[in-house]
Design a protein around this ligand. Structure first.
Ligand SMILES: Nc1nc2c(ncn2[C@@H]2O[C@H](COP(=O)(O)OP(=O)(O)OP(=O)(O)O)[C@@H](O)[C@H]2O)c(=O)[nH]1
Ligand SMILES: [Mg+2]
Length: 324
């Protein structure tokens, strides 16, 4: 299952307590203070693991605690430090503390790290309190508590080109034609239930990442169909491709439905470079009149079945990605 949201509690370890102790030695009736300091607790660290693609494992665990530091002991022994806990997250994970609007971290690349909760330091043992006038201190400090927070984790996939269209427009077919991704394809709406990423290779060594999301319908941004949940996965693309079925009877209305849904989700999406692409060119006879769009939108025509138009579309998308 594709899980792109999780809410978890993280607790860093508490510091260990400082110790009160006095040296005991044969022939030394009253030894000096020798209580050691407590150890530091473990931190909670989020780290990107590019093998992960969803937040599924995290969602089901719900709470993460790092180890507490050990208490100090006699002979000035410092308690052990608690181990840190590392929470692996997929690339593209955005972290926010519950109750705060500001994004705490946006973890993008393999190995990117963020300290989610800081451990408590250990308390001082009584030997640290000894002075020339206070030679037998009985005081020590308790360990400091580790930080504790609730985080919301949101996965926002990282891709260059986002495919947007009504259900059945041919988005998944195009992705599977241009990349090694194998999303499910079928002749009914809402075949795609989760986003898919594919790497589109072109030229000798170049590539860009394309994301296919479930189809949008009017009202998607208000919760209809599958749309809204998945729009976040095109937020970070540089280019949008609006796919329209060539047999669509009112392509202008479809374009404005798609643009409205994008706008309602996030106005900035309308500023992004985009192309309008009519799909399934093979369904019209070669000599048939091709649909035109109003409002100065220019469109290209492709067929994922015959391959027509694909060798022009790929460099066009690549160029727009690089202009960004
Ligand atoms: N003739 C023809 N059929 C196509 C072409 N591209 C896609 N189709 C068909 O159109 C139907 C829908 O294709 P999908 O790729 O699943 O469409 P989608 O946009 O991903 O649909 P959702 O996942 O439901 O949003 C399938 O039956 C495809 O075989 C094409 O270029 N030519
Ligand atoms: Mg699909």
């Amino acid at each position: 299952m594709f899980v792109d949201y999780a809410k978890i509690k993280v607790s860093a370890g508490n510091g260990g307590n400082g110790c009160v102790s006095f040296r005991r030695q044969k022939f030394v009736p009253k030894g000096g203070p020798d209580g050691g300091n407590g150890g530091k607790g473990g931190d909670v660290i989020f780290r990107v693991d590019s093998q992960l693609h969803t937040l599924q494992d995290i969602k089901y665990k719900k709470s993460y605690s790092a180890a507490n530091g050990g208490d100090g002991s006699s002979s000035r022994k410092t308690g052990q430090n608690g181990d840190d806990i590392i929470i692996p997250v997929p690339p593209g994970t955005v972290l926010t503390k519950v109750g705060e609007k500001r994004i705490a971290a946006d973890l993008v690349k393999e190995g990117d790290e963020f300290q989610g909760a800081e451990a408590g330091l250990g308390g001082r043992g009584n030997h640290e309190f000894a002075t020339s006038t206070h030679q037998s201190p009985r005081e020590s400090e308790p360990g400091k508590p580790g930080e504790e927070f609730i985080y919301e984790l949101e996965l926002k996939l990282l891709a260059d080109v986002g495919l947007v269209g009504l259900p059945n427009a041919g988005k998944s077919t195009l992705l599977s034609k241009l990349s090694a991704a194998r999303p499910k394809i079928a002749d009914y709406p809402f075949t795609t239930l989760e986003p898919h990423l594919g790497i589109v290779k072109y030229g000798d060594f170049d590539s860009f990442v394309m994301v296919d999301i479930p189809g949008l319908i009017e009202g998607a941004s208000k919760g209809k169909g599958m749309g809204i949940r998945f729009l976040r996965h095109i937020e970070r693309t540089s280019v949008l491709a609006l796919l329209i079925d060539i047999t669509d009877e009112d392509p202008d209305a479809t374009v404005s439905t798609l643009l409205d849904e994008l706008k309602n989700h996030n106005k900035a999406l309308l500023k992004r470079p985009r192309v309008v692409v009519f799909t399934k060119r093979d369904l019209l006879p070669a000599e048939a009149e091709l649909p035109q769009l109003k409002d100065g939108e220019t469109a290209s025509f492709i067929s994922s079945v015959s391959g027509e138009g694909l060798s022009e579309l790929v460099p066009q998308l690549a160029q727009l990605c690089h202009e960004d």
